[in-house]
Design a protein around this ligand. Structure first.
Ligand code: GLA
Length: 399
């Protein structure tokens, strides 16, 4: 991100009162020499904690605000380990909120939200995406999961990780928030007690990094991801269809009518599925029945962190890069948004207002022996990492 546009954004955010004094507590009153020599001190950021309201079940949940010195601010609640807001400056230094969500936990528990089930910003699990007919066989035993998407299991079932209260621990030294959830043996039909930990870290280079770890006491499928919906125009465009998306993926997992993979990995070349070069999300949407809701197979199969997507929004100049250790990324073009939800800043979420880039293992892997493994066994540690990095650019960066 260009440093010349960041400083005004920082001042503007503070001036707008978006942040309280505690948010901006880093380096305050320290002489320049000290801030440049004492890294441990300068890295220590204050993490604001405030109430996010009470759940229907009567549990008080919190909202945590991570802020960096570049004018980026991320809000996360321990309800569903959900990212509720990401404020980043545009090319003129104007801050804007680039994710969909609500101002209090009530929004995430409203009947309209639960009915349309968009999973705004949440961590989905134990298995993000679909498992056919909610059934799989593991070590000769067949398990039956809750079915909540027609005959299939989606995003962890009726009460997935997006609908539970996580235990939060702010980590000010790292400008991070740790969230832990212990999923009991048998929850939504899954075997084994699974301890899942998610650490959100906001860096000074404007990346929101998400580190996932988990352990289990019995073999279980696992596929954790974040379900944020992005709209980098932050109110300056009527929908997200003008965003230029690039996915470095030369194949995708072909699905049947209920969005279960057939097992075929089909080349994207020459079709409306091809985003290997930056292309407007809306330009070929009409050619894809139901809109984009597909798992892309990243061409780079390195198990380390590699580029998984870039998105450029021409009006605001905002640019987002996604990096992941995962083999796949679900591109979902907000097809099921239908205008029934109105979120933060009184914004109505009509169809295609936001889109998701869910880094993941492939859907239905427990039933697809050819797909990369999603079974975690006792004694192993599940470990994946994804970053969403924000900047502002005058034009689409060269790929
Ligand atoms: C995922 C799924 C979609 C939809 C959304 C939530 O992206 O693949 O089909 O269920 O979550 O609405």
């Amino acid at each position: 991100m260009k440093s010349n546009i960041l400083r005004p954004a920082f001042l503007l955010l503070a001036g707008l009162g978006v942040a309280s004094a505690t948010l901006w507590g880093c380096n305050k009153g320290k002489p320049a020499a000290e801030t440049t020599t004492n890294t441990a001190q300068t890295d220590r950021m204050n993490i604001k904690t405030e109430s996010f309201g009470k759940t229907k079940e009567g549990t008080e949940v919190q909202l945590y605000t991570l802020t960096n010195q570049q004018g980026v601010q991320v809000k996360i609640t321990n309800y569903g380990a959900t990212v509720t807001s990401i404020i980043t400056p545009d090319k003129n230094g104007q801050p804007g909120d680039v994710v969909l969500g609500f101002d209090s936990v009530a929004g995430y528990q409203s009947n309209a939200f639960l009915k349309s089930g968009p999973y705004f910003g949440a961590i989905v699990g134990r298995y993000g995406n679909r498992i056919a007919k909610g059934k799989f066989t593991l070590d000769d035993k067949t398990y039956t999961l809750a079915t909540n998407n027609g005959e299939n299991h989606l995003h962890g079932g009726n009460k997935g990780f997006d609908k539970v209260v996580w235990t939060a621990k702010p980590m000010p030294e790292q400008n991070a928030l740790q969230l832990t959830y212990v999923s009991p043996d048998g929850e939504e039909g899954y075997p084994g007690t699974l301890t899942a930990t998610v650490i959100y870290t906001l860096s000074e280079d404007n990346a929101l990094k998400i580190d996932y770890t988990a352990t289990t006491d019995k073999a279980t499928p696992i596929n954790l991801t974040n379900h944020s919906y992005f709209n980098l125009a932050a109110g300056q465009a009527p929908d997200a269809l003008g965003h230029l998306l690039m996915l470095p993926a030369d194949r995708y997992t072909v699905v049947n009518a209920s969005l279960i993979p057939t097992g075929e990995l089909r080349p994207v070349a020459g079709t409306a599925m091809d985003f290997t070069k930056p292309t407007a999300i809306g330009s070929r949407l009409a050619q894809v029945k139901g809109g984009y809701d597909h798992n892309y197979v990243l061409t780079n199969t390195d198990s380390g962190s590699k580029l998984a997507a870039t998105v450029y929004e021409p009006t605001s100049g905002r640019y987002m890069e996604v990096f992941t250790t995962e083999p796949g990324i679900q591109f979902y073009s907000g097809n099921f948004l239908d205008g029934s939800l109105t979120g933060k800043n009184n914004t109505n979420y009509k169809q295609h207002y936001g889109f998701c880039l869910e880094t993941q293992h492939f859907p239905d892997s427990p039933n697809q022996p050819e797909f990369p493994n999603t079974i975690l066994r006792q004694g192993e540690t599940y470990k994946t990492s994804t970053s969403y990095k924000f900047s502002a650019q005058d034009q689409q960066p060269a790929q």
